[in-house]
Design a protein around this ligand. Structure first.
Ligand code: COA
Length: 323
């Protein structure tokens, strides 16, 4: 018997505090016009002091559980994609498991930066397809604001905080049609936080472990790579570009998103875009955008949805889902 994984519920959460471009104009040498024109971003949500990745993940998860109409005890796998875990250990997934009152099932974090959600979805899909799990909670959650140098205009205007979650259930029909994951560590230095637990923990504690990015190199690679993964995904499923109903891309920059849509020959009305309101929320951006389009009724039963992401590593990946 072939099993598939279907997304049966989505949820998301954004911190209350909104930081507009105008607010950033007061602290760094930038302008609302520059940020809008180069990135499409108008504002981002930033977690308040004392609000952590786990809190965001919990809010998004509760919404997804509610939308799926499942009991917490039905969950038999929890995967959290995050770059900004609250603790070195336990994993955010274990802490979330406790918050949700779930016991005993496997729970672990995945770190693939902005591709994290696609990685987590792919791993969960394999668990469900193999019969190892029946009901999986997959979350992308970030407090990226905590690893941003707020005096660096090259990076601070781009990112925001948030969380998105989905519930996957085993089904006889798809569901997730295919997932495609890639990485190339040779590009590590173009987009990184160059400090970590075993490398200069004291500067991490002092709050100097920040995102460093070669913006235009990352931009070029993202456009090229995402174009390739679109082809790979369509080919694997023997589908034409016109078979895709919605593109739900990682929300880094509206120009990168537009280039991928162009590659698909897709009008921008068929692209779910939240980058203007959310900024780049890393692993949270795809499930956040997905939840917005599910809740406002754009995504309907039977639609084919292409999700794709690109991020630090470099990592990149896609998921094709029949809704
Ligand atoms: N406000 C005003 N000027 C800024 C600025 C800001 N916030 N950030 C950079 N600039 C300046 C640069 O210093 C540079 O000035 P210079 O020419 O005097 O040196 C100029 O704008 C152009 O910089 P450049 O990097 O060539 O611009 P760009 O068109 O590539 O846009 C990014 C910059 C960051 C928006 C763009 O490269 C990008 O989106 N890259 C991908 C980032 C990304 O998606 N990262 C995450 C991947 S998951």
């Amino acid at each position: 018997m072939t099993h598939f994984a279907r997304i049966v519920g989505t949820g998301s959460y954004l911190p209350e505090r909104v930081v507009t471009n105008a607010e950033l104009e007061k602290t760094v040498d930038t302008s609302d016009a520059w940020i809008r024109e180069r990135t499409g971003i108008r504002q981002r949500h930033i977690a308040s002091e004392g609000e952590f990745t786990l809190d965001l993940a919990e809010r998004a998860s509760l919404q997804a559980i509610d939308a799926a109409g499942i009991a917490h005890s039905d969950i038999d796998l929890i995967i959290v994609a995050t770059t900004t875990a609250d603790q070195v250990f336990p994993s955010t997934a274990c802490l979330l498991q406790s918050r949700l009152g779930v016991h005993g099932c496997p729970a672990f974090d995945i770190q693939a930066v902005c591709t994290g959600f696609v990685y987590a979805l792919s791993v969960a899909d394999h668990f469900v397809r193999s019969g190892t799990a029946r009901t999986a909670l997959v979350v992308g959650a970030e407090t990226f604001s905590r690893i941003i140098d707020w005096t660096d205009r090259n990076t601070c205007v781009l990112f925001g905080d948030g969380a998105g979650a989905v519930i996957l259930r085993r089904d006889n029909a798809p569901g997730i049609l295919s997932t495609h994951l890639h990485a190339d560590g040779d590009y590590a230095s173009l987009l990184q936080v160059p400090k970590g637990v075993s490398n200069n923990l004291s500067s991490v504690q002092a709050g100097t472990a920040y995102v460093e990015m070669a913006g235009s190199d990352v931009f070029r690679m993202a456009v090229k790579t995402l174009g390739r993964i679109v082809d790979e995904t369509l080919e694997a499923n023997q589908l034409a570009k016109t078979d895709i109903d919605w593109l739900v891309p990682h929300q880094a920059n509206h120009r990168i998103i537009a280039a991928t849509a162009k590659k698909l020959g897709m009008p921008m009305e068929k692209v779910v875009q939240t980058v203007a309101e959310h900024g780049n929320t890393s692993a949270a951006s795809i499930p956040l955008a997905l939840d917005v389009a599910v809740r406002d009724g754009r995504i309907k039963s039977g639609d084919n949805i292409l999700m794709e992401g690109f991020g630090g590593g470099f990592t990149w990946g896609s998921a094709l889902v029949n809704w």
